[in-house]
Design a protein. Structure first.
Length: 611
């Protein structure tokens, strides 16, 4: 990765996206998330206990290594009494180490659990900050499959960070503990060559360092591609998971359209992509195995070969030889920690990259989307105003004259209690006006003055019914105990959903169990409970059965004090409220007609586009 912390997107192939952030910056970002976490205290406490256990375990392993000398010497002397005594000593040492191993395993898993809790909650909190999730979804590949980054990637990162960190600490402590033992043993090594005798200070220490360093360098050379390959693998796995979930969620529509074969081809293409990257990973891992396994087998004889000259010259007893071999293996294991964990480190860096890219992108969602041609928002006391409003059709530095549109009435004031319908040509994307009023689409020009947000409710065309109980769905986004039970039942009755009253506390996937008319009825029942002063609709009545339209219009009629703005065209809404009408025109057409008066309030001269 390049050492660049400016957060510039870096496309490495068409199927992967990331940011050019240095490893140091990524670690700093994650440490900040950990330090701000509510579970920081628990993790620090567990980490302190873990460190004490690791130190005690290292001390026990040093004692166990020293036990090698008298044990093997008793074998060499054929001393049966000493042999059984040393077995008793071994049972005491091994039993103590076993207890510490079990305790360390429990502490390790609990630390990983709290690490995952802190990281996942941090990511979810940042993701669900106002407007961030929606903006992220429209930014490209970084916003695709956020569930994978919030769930699987966060879990992998928390568990691998805990495991690798503790492994590194343990290896470091073992290295410090045994390098002194090995150095002391090496001091007695005297080599004889013809008539010469000489000693090499720390001979076996240098041999262990050389052996582990050569393995590390070879592992880095052979396995350098694993980080990128693992990041690509996680991305492809997420796409496959999404395809399967998307097909399952929409199976009724797929079946009716006889589209199973089409979906089978799509899913098989994703499976092929996953398998292709797994094949590349398999080859890279296999090549790495040549190094890791080869050095693993060699370590059986290498320490004996290194110490053999001193043993054959008579400088070492058999017990001291085995003690030296044990110390060499401990030092080598500690030094080779990087080699032994190279694959795990590669996966950790891949998940670190995906999680930090996601968190970094979320922070970028707070920046203005279109600073050059952006709609200006103002706060009003109890009115909604539109002045020279033009909506751009897509993100960019300039207004899209071909796809954008404008409000024909250049100076609009909607007062409390009014009923308004905003209609337009069929080729006008009226949903962008709904999103602009909600503050989700600021691309365009002109001014929008909005009433207080706490008294305004936006009702989208597709109703959202959250999981859980039906009572929770009716209270959304407020807590479930916000409304009285009798009020909830009355709201369901007026929304034509009396058959659901008995199932208010049933937990189910209501978005699957209710048809579209019933789901919209849930949304209208919420309005009756909340009774907002301002309600802005986005084509919610289109497509409803006539009976459902009549029921919901009767419900809206009871909210006569609320200001209602309906974006779209509904005959039922027209007949019930006889609303004031505003009009939308394509931006290019509006400019061509700028000399002629428009219907409605004010003059129809369209403002000149800001290019």
């Amino acid at each position: 990765m390049a050492d660049d912390v400016e957060g510039r997107p870096s496309i490495q192939g068409q199927d992967r996206v990331g940011y050019d952030l240095s490893l140091g910056y990524r670690l700093k970002l994650m440490f900040a998330a950990f330090w701000d976490s509510k579970v920081r205290g628990k993790i620090l406490l567990l980490a302190s206990i873990l460190l004490a256990v690791i130190l005690a375990t290292a001390y026990g392993q040093v004692i166990l290594n020293r036990w090698n000398a008298p044990f093997y010497d008793s074998l060499q002397r054929r001393d049966v009494g000493e042999f059984f005594h040393q077995l008793q000593v071994f049972a005491l040492i091994a039993g103590s180490l076993l207890l510490m191993n079990v305790g360390q395993a429990w502490l390790n898993q609990m630390t990983a659990l709290y690490m995952r809790e802190g990281l996942t909650r941090d990511l979810v909190d940042h993701w669900l900050k106002r407007k961030r999730a929606l903006r992220l979804a429209s930014t490209g590949l970084i916003g695709v499959n956020p569930d994978q980054r919030l769930h699987e990637d966060a879990r992998n990162l928390a568990e691998s960070t805990t495991g690798l960190t503790l492994g590194l600490i343990q290896s470091t402590i073992l290295l410090v503990s045994f390098i002194g033992v090995l150095w002391e043993l090496s001091s007695g090594f005297v080599f004889h060559f013809r008539t010469y005798a000489f000693a090499i200070p720390g001979y076996m220490v240098w041999a262990a360092i050389f052996y582990a360093a050569s393995a590390s360098i070879l592992s880095q050379i052979v396995g350098r591609k694993l980080v990128i390959l693992n990041a690509d693998r996680f991305s492809k796995e997420a796409e496959l998971r999404f395809s399967l979930m998307h097909a399952n969620e929409n199976m009724p529509a797929i079946t009716v359209a006889r589209g199973e074969e089409n979906e089978r081809r799509r899913i098989n293409e994703d499976i092929t992509s996953v398998l292709a990257i797994l094949k590349r990973l398999t080859m890279a891992s296999t090549n790495l195995t040549w190094v890791s396994a080869g050095y693993g087998w060699l370590v059986i004889v290498v320490p004996i070969i290194v110490a053999a000259p001193a043993y054959f010259s008579g400088s070492l007893t058999f017990g001291e030889l085995m003690m030296s071999v044990g110390a060499f293996n401990q030092v080598n294991t500690a030094l080779r920690w990087y080699v032994a964990n190279f694959t795990a480190i590669a996966e950790w860096r891949a998940t670190l990259m995906r999680v930090t890219d996601f968190r970094h992108a979320l922070h970028g969602m707070d920046e203005p989307i279109n600073p050059k041609n952006a709609i200006t928002y103002e706060d009003n006391a109890d009115t909604l105003t539109l002045k020279n409003l033009m909506i751009a059709a897509k993100l960019g530095e300039e207004i899209d004259l071909c796809g954008g549109f404008a409000v024909a009435e250049t100076d609009v004031t909607i007062r409390a209690g009014e009923k308004v319908m905003i209609n337009g040509d069929h080729n006008v994307n009226r949903k962008l006006l709904f999103q602009a009023l909600a503050g989700l689409w600021p691309c365009g020009s002109g001014k929008i003055g909005l009433p207080p947000a706490d008294g305004t409710v936006f009702v989208p065309e597709v109703a959202y019914v959250p999981g859980g109980t039906l009572r929770e769905a009716l209270s959304f986004p407020e807590p479930v105990d916000t409304y009285k039970s009798e009020d909830v039942e009355a709201a369901l009755q007026k929304a034509g959903l009396s058959h659901l009253i008995a199932r208010l506390d049933t937990r189910a996937r209501w978005d699957k169990m209710l048809d579209s008319d019933e789901q919209k009825g849930i949304g209208f029942a919420r309005l009756l409970l909340a009774r907002p002063r301002w309600i802005i609709f986005d084509e919610v009545l289109e497509g409803l059965e006539p009976e459902s339209q009549s029921t919901l219009m009767a419900l809206l009629a009871t909210l006569s004090d609320s200001t209602m703005i309906y974006i779209g065209r509904s005959e039922a809404y027209l007949e019930t409220f006889n609303p004031r009408e505003l009009h939308l025109h394509p931006l290019a057409a509006q400019i061509e007609q700028s000399a002629s008066p428009a219907a409605g309030t004010g003059t129809a001269h369209a403002p000149a586009p800001v290019i």
